[in-house]
Write a protein that binds this ligand. Structure first.
Ligand SMILES: Cc1cc2nc3c(=O)[nH]c(=O)nc-3n(C[C@H](O)[C@H](O)[C@H](O)COP(=O)(O)O)c2cc1C
Length: 284
């Protein structure tokens, strides 16, 4: 994704917007967003943009309530990959790029896990047999935060992120990573910490080990943790990777993503690693 503004600045101003004004998204901005969506089309997922007037009481997402929106980004996944962790991570990575691009254009967004309960909206999306809508985000101009939106933010503690020492570790999960040990990656990790996540659960844990930052998901499937919720925690992991990637790139930190094959998942699920290039190691 190419941004014209600093990703750090975009990440800092993004927040979920659930109340929208009547002001329509300009055609020019829709055109930019359509181009972004086309470029992000992957092997297993694609994105669409539809204009659709949300009616009073129409449900979207798994919680919260969206008001007034009339343009939506739709995330569509191949049905066969509904249970695939890697696909969910990749999807999350791509969708967060879209969210940050919309934020750069001055548009409000809100990740909404699930689909429309409206036949009219679904007709506009024209799904193929093997496709399913898994994520939706309104795009538009945010209005005053009203009672129910305030309540949603309060219930999901939307403005509170876990402290650094509960998210980032060094060598093992008993040892928090110090800001000094993070070196040039401290700014990157600060921006991972601001990532949105389903119900603001922040399931990401990152372990600095030899030459890599290893990404783990702490959410575990339990009877009370329904499958859809569990899969969304892998979307959250993709979002964390996106923030890491964009900010590392902004800071000129070079590296590559890989998946180690010698990591045994214990209490957490390993999703992948960032291996930094040697020139960073000297100052790291
Ligand atoms: C994968 C995912 C699914 C989400 N699903 C919903 C949803 O169904 N309804 C909703 O109101 N918010 C949803 N959210 C938004 C989160 O509640 C929000 O990102 C979090 O509380 C942090 O607040 P912020 O985005 O304002 O920083 C979702 C976020 C993510 C990343």
């Amino acid at each position: 994704m190419i941004f014209n503004t600093s990703p750090t600045d975009i990440i800092k101003i993004r927040r979920s917007v659930r109340t929208y004004t009547k002001k329509a998204v300009e055609q020019e901005k829709k055109g930019i967003m359509r181009e972004v969506l086309d470029n992000l089309r992957g092997q297993y997922f694609r994105f669409d943009l539809i204009d659709f007037q949300l009616e009073e009481g129409m449900k979207l997402g798994t919680y919260g309530m969206i008001k007034g929106a009339s343009t939506f980004i739709i995330g569509i996944l191949n049905k066969e990959l509904m249970d695939d962790y890697d696909a969910a991570v990749e999807f999350g990575y791509a969708f967060e790029g879209i969210i940050l691009k919309a934020t750069e254009l001055g548009l409000g967004t809100c990740w909404l896990g699930g689909t429309f309960n409206s036949k009219d909206a679904m007709k506009m999306i024209a799904l193929k047999d093997n496709e399913q809508v898994v994520m939706v985000s309104p795009i538009g101009y945010g209005g005053n935060i009203r009672g129910f939106e305030k309540l949603t933010r309060k219930l999901s503690k939307a403005d509170q992120r876990k402290p650094w020492k509960e998210l980032f570790f060094h060598k093992d999960f008993n040892t928090p990573l110090s800001i000094k040990e993070a070196g040039p990656y401290a700014d990157v990790l600060h921006m991972v910490r601001l990532a949105p996540s389903a119900s603001n659960k922040q399931p990401w844990r990152i372990l600095k080990s030899h030459k890599t930052y290893d990404f783990y998901n702490v959410n575990m499937p339990t009877p009370s943790n329904k499958k859809q919720k569990f899969m969304m925690s892998f979307n959250d992991m993709g979002i964390a990777k996106a923030h890491f990637d964009y900010v590392a790139n902004e800071k000129g930190l070079k590296g590559q993503w890989l998946k180690k094959d010698d990591i045994k998942d214990e209490s957490f699920t390993y999703v992948g690693s960032w291996e930094w290039h040697n020139e960073v190691e000297d100052t790291h």
